[in-house]
Design a protein around this ligand. Sequence first.
Ligand code: CA
Length: 233
Amino acid sequence: MNKATILVVEDDTPVRNLIVTTLKTHEYKYLTAASGSEALMMASSYNPDVIFLDLGLPDIDGIEVIEQIRSWSNTPIIVISARSEDDDKIKALDAGADDYLTKPFSVEELLARLRVTIRRLSLMSPEGSSESSEYTNGDLRIDYPAGCAYLGEEELKLTPIEYKLLCLLAKNTGKVLTHTYITQNIWGRSWDNDIASLRVFMATLRKKLEPSPDSPQYIQTHIGIGYRMMKVE
Ligand code: CA
């Protein structure tokens, strides 16, 4: 894909300038907005490839901006939060954001998040279609019609829940999924017990999937938030 167009939504001028300068240096195209209403207008008029969204905006709450954009668009949204509380990030991810950056962040961090998100975009494009009956990522392969997963040549002996979990993460490769989102999808509810069970299933899944479970390659943990399937080269 050609260099993506990024919409930067941030009311704090120095932070906005830092992001814009970084994007410019790396030859991304960019648009800017300093309020929620401007963000909604820019997002609908210019259809950017990725949106960086500050949660603390002067007019509309960032969470509401995500909800509104999600009502008509799947454009990846990376939330920027000055608030260190995990609650805001979780709310943003549950509202449909794809990833988050916590202020203060480094330029390297910003670029890394952008790369992950753009890689996710190319996975969603027709040739890497989510409609396809097979998923491959590094040595991992999922044969959806057969309901089997393989690591290299070896079939993974997964329980039905582990398999469901793996498919959910695979379908959302590159995206951080919250505990609530995952448990809702697996069990149709999200009680404290389910989140505790999720940890157990994740541990057993990793033992089968990861060559070295202590330094996982495929499934990344976001402490207090959730999990993400990484794209493995
Ligand atoms: Ca702000």
